[in-house]
Design a protein around this ligand. Sequence first.
Ligand code: PGA
Length: 255
Amino acid sequence: MATQKSTPKIKALVAGNWKMNGTGKQLAELRKLMTAVGRRKPKADIMICPPATLLSRMAALKPKGVALGGQDCHANIAGAHTGDISAEMLKDAGARAVIVGHSERRADHDESDKAVRAKVEAAHRAGLTAIMCVGESLKQRKAGETLKIVQAQLRGSLPIDCSAKNTVIAYEPVWAIGSGLTPTVAQVEEVHNALRKALLRRFGDEGAKMRILYGGSVKPTNADELMAVPNVNGALVGGASLTAKDLYGILKAYC
Ligand code: PGA
């Protein structure tokens, strides 16, 4: 179902974050997604961010109409960092973008705004688009601190040289991730408007064009409503991106 887009000049992006899910079997979902997109192409860019182990295998499928991204990167190009992956390596494996500062990384790996900013810089250095995430906890929302928190994360996690091409923002309330809960349309609009204003202040024209994705329990059943909110320029989708059926169900908001 087509929905009214309040920011028609910005092409939407729907990115699937597979998190730590998927082995070779899961490549079938990418094939199914390609078939669905081939039949009816949504008016949005589409991306899958699989675990790093699947990146080059996905790239080998040459997924027409589906870009690939990583889920995190190290700030350095190379070196003695066991278990880490650089932005350059992700690019080499077929990624065009990388998610940085996801709340699961901020919480599980103690990533500060400063560390996230270094990763955004690494993504830019490698020629990748950084998808930088911000979002408040339930406690912070209840304390009325949402805007203060996301604005501080935005300020601290973005370097000065961000453009609409190399940077995407994702607003993901921590309490909405994987919980089935979503903020109201009015709450989403309030945060996205505040983020847009902050981007305009900091980056001028580029800030006007930068995509701001909403993420947190986006599903086929709520995508139409959420994607129609002013200044929502697409979605970052976790659980519902694991099957082509659900991800395409969300993309239908742009058909
Ligand atoms: P979810 O995750 O869609 O499963 O809530 C979103 C995310 O963490 O990016």
